[in-house]
Design a protein around this ligand. Structure first.
Ligand code: ADP
Ligand code: MN
Ligand code: MN
Ligand code: MN
Length: 333
């Protein structure tokens, strides 16, 4: 029997690209082949030369359709098979290969906000919800909105074979998080993109939309981030490498901030468990620092660090490329 392959790719919208997908019926016994799409509809090509190439990079079971159907994550190539300018994965692969001996691992905490009827899910019509305080890891219909979608999404990620490592309700009403990892930089980024697609797709079934807006509601409400936990082989063995990594990130703080997602200055205000985007800092257990060293890591003298700066809407290929490049080049210096 032929099977359905859902081809998923990242478009060319700026400053924040979106996910796209379309279905191919693949004959029995064949692998999902190279395919194409109309790049003039995704800001990836002009109308008079519109063809772009989809090259499969990761195929997993489709947890929604089931059976033999699959989800296929693609990278976008030009027709001469070179990486398209919107293809940030190519650079992430090159950096991962260059520093492979450091065995970088990443765990990404993807925060997001559910919206229903044009407002954050749980937000009352014509008024305000109770101030934040009870929503984080809350329970009960007065604290929690959208758990049915979260449960369906978690199960789908597990069935697809993604390395989802946890979920929790967040500080702002209707805001949630899932974590992927630890995995190498390319794998974690591939899986974050697939997990995002599954989230949007499953939320459709509930007439809810999930958003990665870094500051969905101005004022005294937490923003949405993508804390990126990171270690190298050296950091998993000794504390000097942990400190060296924190120092290296500080030397390139501006470059990282510029590439950690559009609107980062709206989220990294210095309030709501963030450090101001203009000032780099690191510290043990410090949720007001740019980079946090978890207390167990300080106690054991080895482990990993948490870069708290990336926005929810960051491109994980860009973030894992930059952290690997900045930290591993310093370790080698
Ligand atoms: P937080 O306490 O900041 O909410 P989470 O539990 O949400 O942290 O996420 C921590 C993430 O760090 C998880 O995805 C986990 O897999 C990942 N992680 C754990 N150990 C390491 C490590 N040595 N290197 C990289 N990532 C790691
Ligand atoms: Mn977390
Ligand atoms: Mn969180
Ligand atoms: Mn965190």
């Amino acid at each position: 029997m032929p099977y359905r392959a859902e081809y998923i790719w990242i478009d060319g919208l700026t400053p924040t690209s979106k996910l796209r997908s379309k279905t191919k019926i693949v004959p029995d016994g064949q692998e999902p082949p190279i395919w194409g799409f109309d790049g003039s509809s995704t800001e990836q090509a002009p109308g008079d030369s519109s063809d772009c190439v989809l090259k499969p990079v990761l195929t997993v079971p489709d947890p929604i359709r089931g059976g033999d159907d699959v989800l296929v994550l693609n990278e976008v190539l030009n027709v001469d098979m070179t990486p398209h300018p919107s293809n940030t994965r190519a650079q992430a692969v090159a950096t991962a290969e260059r520093y492979a001996e450091h065995e970088a691992w990443f765990g990404i905490e993807q925060e997001y906000t559910f919206f229903k009827d044009g407002r954050p899910h749980g937000w009352p019509i014509g008024g305000f919800p109770a101030p934040q305080g009870g929503y984080y890891c809350g329970v009960g219909a007065d604290e929690i909105w959208g758990r049915d979608v979260v449960e369906a999404h978690t199960e789908a990620c597990m069935k697809a074979g993604l390395e989802i490592s946890g979920t929790n309700a967040e500080v702002m009403i209707g805001q949630w998080e899932f974590q992927i990892g630890p995995l190498d930089g390319v794998a974690v980024a591939d899986q974050i993109w697939l997990a995002r697609w599954l989230l949007y797709r499953l939320a459709e079934e509930y007439d809810i939309s999930a958003h990665l807006n870094p500051k969905p509601v101005e004022g005294d409400w937490n923003g949405a981030g993508a804390h990126t936990n990171f270690s190298t082989k050296e950091m998993r063995e000794n504390y000097d490498a942990i400190i060296a990594a924190c120092e290296a990130l500080g030397k390139k703080a501006d470059l990282h901030i510029e590439n950690y997602g559009a609107g980062i200055e709206r989220r990294l205000t210095g309030l709501h468990e963030t450090a101001p985007w203009t000032e780099y800092s690191y510290g043990v257990s410090d949720r007001g620092a740019s980079v946090r060293i978890p207390w167990q890591v300080a106690k054991e003298g080895k482990g990993y660090i948490e870069d708290r700066r990336p926005n929810a809407n960051m491109d994980p290929y860009v973030v894992t490329h930059l952290i690997t490049d900045t930290v591993c080049s310093a370790l080698e210096a």
